[in-house]
Design a binder for this molecule. Sequence first.
Ligand SMILES: [Fe+2]
Ligand SMILES: [Fe+2]
Length: 257
Amino acid sequence: MAYTDNYERDTYGIIAFWLRNDYDHGRFFDREISHYETELARANQNNIVRLGKVWEKAAKKQGDIGTLINEAQHATREFHSLLAFTMDKSLHCEVIISTPVSLIDHMVREAEESQRVFKLIESGAKVSPSDAILHESVFWLRQMADHLGYIRHYLDISNYDLNFQVTGMMQKFERLLMQATALQTMIRTPRNETLPVLTQFKKMIIKEAKSLESFKLELDELIKKCAAVTTSPPDLLEHIAREAHHLWRNLEEERIT
Ligand SMILES: [Fe+2]
Ligand SMILES: [Fe+2]
């Protein structure tokens, strides 16, 4: 089953997207914790179980939204704390893990973004289309550039041409991120109208995110068939393709979810 078949964009679906995101992060992180770090591995395992349970509830649309958000917030906060704590230890060279610090930071930022989205759902606050486009672009373009960096990090260096290609794509997304941050300061608040430059930028990002999504899915198939030399977790590419999908869907609808 393609992941888009169970990607839903109602409130339950959005909560499920973010919980699954953290759940996957926990599983990916689990592979990279040294056997010396039993306490960390156990704490992470507890988080995976907890996140998995709340995700299942969200996916099955069980319970009312208020209770679900409450549980999602608790589970996410706890996982976020563990990641932030480990990142600090990593910066002090006090933990034995093979996860790069920037990758922990990447996961921390996604946990924080999910907390923002949960709050937004709870409050029912309205965000203008312009603010939504800028927020989504600035947040996710950095994540997209990171993803390409991590694809390269896991790819074996013997994939010379693929490494070259991925580097080029990463640099493209870095430039797009710079453009998004420039637009964010040039287009001042309150942003009650959507300027043509922003609409044009949005269209370009949707196109780029769609092609990035299909690139990730192509590579995902190779990795799942064990046909690419990489140490990537088997479903990492599907995970990050889903995030590219989430980005262009949000941009199309001009909202933050
Ligand atoms: Fe993620
Ligand atoms: Fe990500």
